[in-house]
Design a protein around this ligand. Structure first.
Ligand code: 2BA
Length: 107
């Protein structure tokens, strides 16, 4: 058995959770914080049999792809005027750890 820890953005977490539960995986969602940006993210825990690991990674990847998005940004000038221009930002993606499970029980 394996324990999969997947760190995803808060924006992608609902879609990833839905995809996993729809496919009958048991999941737990934790509200976590990235050490570098100190911004909120979501860690999803999945316990599953070895043969399901690839499927879980595929489902996470399908809902949390790393992608670029164009967002509006503004620059201000000293004369009290603002200019709006598009900026490309990277969003999404997942950091995944797969660990061996020694024991699994429900009491
Ligand atoms: P990612 O590498 O996609 O990581 C996203 C989040 O995944 C991280 O949030 C952290 O919560 C988790 N994570 C990634 N690698 C991990 C690991 N080896 N162990 C435990 N947790 C891990 P943040 O720490 O806030 O980082 C956000 C983004 O900032 C990272 O995106 C990466 O692009 C950049 N970054 C992180 N640490 C960096 C560093 N030491 N130097 C330069 N850039 C860094």
């Amino acid at each position: 058995m394996k324990l999969i820890l997947a760190i995803v953005s808060n924006d992608d977490a609902p879609a990833v959770s839905t995809a996993l539960t729809k496919n009958n995986f048991y999941i737990t969602r934790l509200a976590t914080t990235g050490g570098f940006l100190r911004a909120g993210n979501t860690t999803i825990i999945v316990g599953t049999e070895d043969e399901n690991v690839d499927r879980v990674i595929e489902l996470i990847g399908s809902e949390a792809k790393r992608r670029t998005e164009i967002v509006p940004s503004t620059a201000s000038y000293d004369i009290g005027r603002y200019a709006s221009f598009p900026v490309e930002v990277q969003i999404g993606g997942a950091t995944i750890f797969v660990l061996d499970v020694d024991q699994f029980m429900k009491l």
